[in-house]
Design a binder for this molecule. Structure first.
Ligand code: HEC
Ligand code: HEC
Length: 366
């Protein structure tokens, strides 16, 4: 199937399903995500951002640096159904991969963060994640001569600041891109897809209807849908998870009834407080999924086979379930073709990165 055919096919499919045509065609990923004008990506900033991403001194008790929940060898996530949390808590959602995150207009499962810069700040200071006091983080960085020199040379400042540290981390993240995949190389016209994956692609844009939501460069429409993903049983069996969910419900200001019966994650509702947004989550991009499981906002599915079975049966029980979810009647062979296609969205090998040696503290002379 040629590229142009796919664009046309999905367009017709969207029309057929009575959808507003929000379809944007597939595109290969560039090697780097675009940077905002106030934070251009430079090699020096990226090198600093890399150190800070791995530096545990940017977390409250030194145990949760960014890499603690977004570790390169764990798909740049943490491989748990629900992420680990700052000591004394657990996280309430699956840790998303940082791979390709620079391409999203809005971050998080509920799209509540508007830039990598502000996301990094929220993560470093958030009680469930980094839980660091920004003044303490600045004192710590100021005691590391390498950081003092790097901040001076990049921004001309005399003292490392928390805000600039977050900019450096964001610049580093923009370079974490899985651009060299069979699918990208096929889109560039450099490579054929294996036959089963090609049949899978036809199902993806056709019979299985995946491209209605998974489209564009990231294979995400960046919209929010309720698929009826089953609840994670940990929210009914694990006190720590219940504490986390209630804490979130309290902080995000839900009605008391929802607070008391806390076992459900309402997703987009927390941002909009509109009832019809309950249960909706951002369509995740499908790049790098070969390495970034478990899947969905609460990690309930451990394999792509389980995900495809879930879609095949028309999704789950959702209060605001998308009308696009319907039984697909896929044969066993069609399911494996679809999975073969999904595998072409990831590189053959995971993108790894060794933990850098962190620059040491030194006493101030004077
Ligand atoms: C304790 C675990 C933990 C730590 C520490 C942590 N994160 Fe996360 N991160 C998560 C979880 C869980 C999510 C998903 C949260 C949600 O959607 O509500 C997430 C989401 C993200 C996303 C959004 C990706 C997307 O597709 O929208 C980015 C980017 C990110 N984290 C970067 C960072 C950076 C940078 C740091 C360090 C400053 C950091 N994280 C620290 C657990 C963590
Ligand atoms: C109605 C829009 C829609 C359709 C159609 C759709 N998806 Fe999704 N997809 C989503 C949303 C939204 C999520 C996240 C749901 C959640 O966490 O509650 C998701 C999650 C996923 C995930 C998990 C990714 C991750 O990082 O956790 C995979 C894999 C996936 N979809 C593949 C597919 C395939 C294959 C099809 C076609 C059979 C498909 N999707 C059809 C919207 C859709």
């Amino acid at each position: 199937m040629k590229k142009i055919d796919i664009a046309l096919f999905v367009f017709l499919l969207a029309l057929g399903a009575g959808m507003p045509s929000t379809f944007v065609g597939f595109e290969p990923l560039p090697k780097e995500a675009p940077a905002p004008p106030d934070n251009p990506t430079t090699p020096e900033k990226v090198a600093l951002g890399k150190l800070l991403y791995f530096d545990n001194r940017l977390s409250g008790d030194l145990s949760t640096p960014c890499a603690g929940c977004h570790f390169p060898a764990l798909g740049w996530g943490d491989m748990g159904q629900l992420s680990r949390g700052y000591p004394g808590s657990v996280h309430w959602r699956n840790s998303q991969t940082v791979m390709n995150s620079g391409f999203y207009a809005k971050l998080f499962w509920q799209g509540s963060s508007l830039s990598l810069e502000s996301q990094a700040k929220g993560a470093a200071t958030g009680n469930l994640a980094g839980n660091v006091d920004t003044a303490m983080a600045e004192e710590r960085m100021a005691q590391v001569p390498h950081y003092v020199d790097a901040f001076k040379s990049i921004w001309g400042v005399n003292r490392p600041s928390f805000e600039l540290a977050m900019k450096a981390i964001a610049a580093f993240e923009r370079t974490i891109v899985s651009w060299d995949t069979p699918f990208d190389n096929w889109l560039r016209g450099n490579q054929e897809l294996p036959e089963d994956a090609e049949r899978g692609l036809e199902l993806f844009v056709g019979k299985a209807g995946c491209a209605l939501c998974h489209n564009g460069m990231l294979l995400s429409d960046e919209r929010y849908h309720d698929l009826g993903v089953p609840e994670n049983p940990l929210f009914t069996s694990s006190p720590l998870h219940q504490i986390t969910l209630r804490y979130q419900h309290f902080g995000k200001g839900v009605h008391e009834e929802d607070y008391r019966g806390a076992h459900t994650d309402y997703g987009l509702y927390y941002t909009t407080k509109i009832k019809s947004d309950k249960g909706k989550f951002r369509t995740p991009g499908l790049r790098y999924i070969a390495f970034s499981g478990p899947f969905m906002h609460n990690g309930v599915f451990g394999s792509l086979e389980e995900v495809v079975d879930f879609y095949d049966s028309g999704g789950g029980q959702g209060i605001n379930k998308s009308p696009l979810m319907r039984p697909l009647n896929l044969t066993g062979e069609e399911k494996s073709d679809l999975i073969a296609f999904l595998h072409t969205l990831s590189p053959a090998e995971p993108i790894l990165m060794g933990v850098p040696t962190l620059p040491p503290y030194a006493p101030t002379e004077e």
